[in-house]
Design a protein. Structure first.
Length: 411
């Protein structure tokens, strides 16, 4: 448990420069050594932590958009449990940080590098020297420029090279058709594990990555679980999953028990809410016979239209897998919009690829026609499809569904 008199560290706002990344890495190192606490929350830390939160070592923002503004408080023990469980699967290694250290996924990349140094008794964290500048546009050429020196340093240290990407970054590398993209794929094959999480990764992207012999490991987790606690659909050691109130198909709200769980939530008024021994997620999921996890979508995202239930992710996956839309639709999000007759009506926002030959005005009809050729029932096909330049995002690559619903309702 952290000492109640440990100081709070508050790095300068992250600006993606190498210096800013180094400042965050140093602060995370102090947390890992038990010398300080790190505050990355969206409001000022309280003068005193509420009862039950005395062991807090790290405070990070959540990616939620509803309810009171809050932050997640994690203990050093939970961070260590997460790092050691991950290492039991992929090993302690040399980490290339490519995610912002403002959310748990980016924090954990840096923290795992410090944990590698602790476990292997290294003089410094297993990170590139110098740390990368992430302020530029991420593409294959930028990735190669950052990754090749990191691979060289990992080999010199005798450590496996590891990194973590969000789905958008992985997609750019594995689906690109240029010489730079091919070079990036060759470089990415040099990493012993490439964690991908933060949002659902299209199945086609994962299939292509694995076909290219890239060691992709999918992760599921949240700030409340200290990052990924399920890898490739299987829970990490010590993590227990159950489904609350499953329906006839076995689908229900996912509940997680784990030594990696956060202490709880802190609020701007100085109060706190302890999570306890089990965390009820916002996700609908099923568990297979071997305990493998399948996440169906967020329970709060379910659309009830005319008394029927629509999981927007089912429609989004159908759009993503449609051969008719291949080369046309870049990304899609399906939302519910209030409707006097149906309660909610299903609508979609889509972005199209710049090389698409169809006019934007033709896309809505093409999407609806394509969905009629799939197994998606008619009541799940969007009543309207809107072409937008970009989908609204929050966190590190997650779709902001609340903002998408407001856009759809306002168009």
């Amino acid at each position: 448990m952290a000492s109640p008199d440990l100081p709070w560290l508050r790095p300068s706002p992250y600006d993606a420069s190498a210096a800013s990344l180094a400042e965050h890495a140093e602060a995370i190192g102090a947390v890992m050594a038990g010398r300080a606490r790190l505050w990355l929350g969206p409001f000022d830390p309280p003068e005193a932590l509420p009862a039950g939160f005395e062991g807090t070592a790290l405070v990070v923002p959540t990616s939620g958009t509803t309810g009171a503004v809050k932050a997640v408080a994690l203990s050093r023990q939970a961070l260590l449990a997460s790092q050691d469980a991950t290492a039991s699967l992929i090993g302690n290694g040399f980490w290339l940080p490519l995610l912002p250290p403002t959310h748990i996924a980016g924090v954990q990349v840096l923290a795992r590098a410090h944990r590698t140094a602790q476990v292997l008794d290294l003089d410094s964290p297993a990170l590139p020297i110098p740390l990368p500048d992430l302020s530029g546009h991420f593409d294959s050429a930028a990735f190669v420029a950052l990754a090749e020196p990191a691979l060289d340093q990992a080999r010199a240290a005798g450590l496996p090279a590891l990194t973590s990407l969000v789905p958008t970054q992985l997609t750019r590398i594995v689906t690109g058709a240029t010489g730079a993209d091919a070079r990036a794929r060759a470089v990415l094959r040099g990493f012993s594990a490439v964690l991908v999480g933060g949002a659902a990764t299209p199945r086609e992207v994962l299939t292509r990555a694995r076909g290219q012999r890239i060691a992709v490991r999918t992760t599921y987790g949240s700030s409340e679980t200290a990052g990924g606690c399920v890898y490739d659909s299987a829970p990490l050691p010590g993590v227990h999953l159950r489904i609350d109130a499953p329906d006839a198909e076995g689908a229900g709200r996912l509940v997680i028990s784990s030594p990696t769980l956060a202490v709880g939530y802190l609020f701007a008024d100085g109060t706190g809410q302890v999570i306890g021994d089990a965390f009820a997620t916002s996700d609908l999921a099923t568990l297979g016979p071997d305990g493998d996890l399948t996440v169906l979508g967020r329970a709060d995202d379910v659309i009830i239209t005319g008394g029927r239930k629509v999981l927007p992710q089912d429609v989004e996956r159908a759009i993503d897998r449609s051969l008719m839309l291949r080369g046309l639709v870049r990304a899609a999000v399906v939302v519910g919009v209030p409707d006097a007759e149906w309660g909610s009506r299903v609508e979609a926002l889509v972005t199209i690829k710049t090389a698409a030959v169809a006019e934007a005005s033709d896309v809505p009809a093409l999407v609806r026609s394509a969905l009629r050729t799939t197994e998606v029932p008619s009541f799940m096909i969007p009543k309207r499809v809107h072409v937008v330049e970009e989908l609204p995002l929050l966190g590190i690559g997650k779709i902001d569904r609340s903002a998408a619903a407001r856009i759809a309702a306002g168009i």
